[in-house]
Design a binder for this molecule. Structure first.
Ligand SMILES: [Zn+2]
Length: 268
């Protein structure tokens, strides 16, 4: 079963708060919501605890999207430290709100050799995983497949990380996988390889993103509503979800959030 939800508070919520967002998710008959810490982790601990209670009472599954300013391959030690801190803050706040999956964009190649970048990101994720375990936060790091070839995070790289770093998850963003290869990204190829490498159980518990996407030869340009740009479209996504028996959570990142989330849920 796939829980379907929105990236942040639904547009039709009474107020722009996560609390009202959860209320609206339940009213709409959706199942999940991703709390967006786009520009920093700014939620207070009391609010996070309150949100946990509210989400549990409404049977809404929460996840967290970490800040955008993260680069685990930054050249400057300070930038790497800041990235670690932002991820850990997301994890700690996520733990308080009862979220499990912590999504973030892992970083940039900065024109370096991809194998070197892999090693740098691997070291960072191993260290972070250890801290999360020691603190018993009960969350799972889910680095996201990225939409541009300049960003670290092809599905191949993330698949390799998931087999090398114990307990690591991934955010499989259908639209990014599609746009990273300028519309040639192949869901079946990726999911088939992931099943072989990581096992069927990994696919039964996958964190996913979807939206319409506008792209060029350089990959992702912007998100759009599914119907507006028509790519990758609902059908290839829901077909793959069914074909590979995917389970877990699918978060809609279209600007119209709940409209596309509800359409996908209906198609499933
Ligand atoms: Zn995404």
């Amino acid at each position: 079963m796939i829980k379907v939800g929105t990236a942040g508070t639904p547009n039709s919520a009474e107020k722009r708060t996560s609390f009202h967002g959860v209320t609206r998710i339940r009213e709409l008959g959706l199942d999940a919501m991703e709390v967006e810490f786009t520009y920093g982790v700014r939620m207070g601990n009391a609010t996070a605890r309150q949100l946990k209670k509210h989400a549990e009472e409404n049977n809404v599954s929460l996840s967290v999207h970490g800040p955008y300013y993260i680069n685990l391959n930054a050249r400057e030690a300070k930038k790497r430290k800041d990235s670690e801190r932002r991820i850990l803050e997301s994890c700690e706040k996520g733990a308080l709100m009862g979220a499990r999956n912590i999504c973030f964009h892992p970083g940039f190649y900065l024109k370096q050799d991809p194998d070197l970048v892999y090693a740098n990101v691997y070291d960072e994720l191993m260290a972070l995983t250890e801290i999360i375990e020691k603190k018993e936060l009960g969350v799972r790091l889910c680095p996201e497949t990225t939409g541009k070839p300049t960003q670290f995070g092809s599905w191949e790289e993330l698949m390799r990380l998931c087999s090398d770093v114990p307990g690591l998850g991934m955010t499989f963003d259908f639209s990014h996988v599609y746009a990273r290869e300028a519309g040639k990204g192949d869901f079946d190829e990726a999911l088939k390889a992931m099943k072989k490498e990581l096992g069927a159980s990994f696919l039964h518990d996958l964190h996913m993103h979807f939206s319409g996407i506008i792209y060029t030869e350089k990959g992702e340009r912007s998100h759009c509503d599914m119907d507006d740009c028509g790519e990758p479209g609902f059908k290839p996504i829901t077909d793959s979800m069914k074909k590979w028996h995917l389970g877990g959570t699918a978060i809609c990142e279209s600007p119209n959030l709940e409209t596309d989330a509800l359409k996908l849920k209906k198609m499933l």
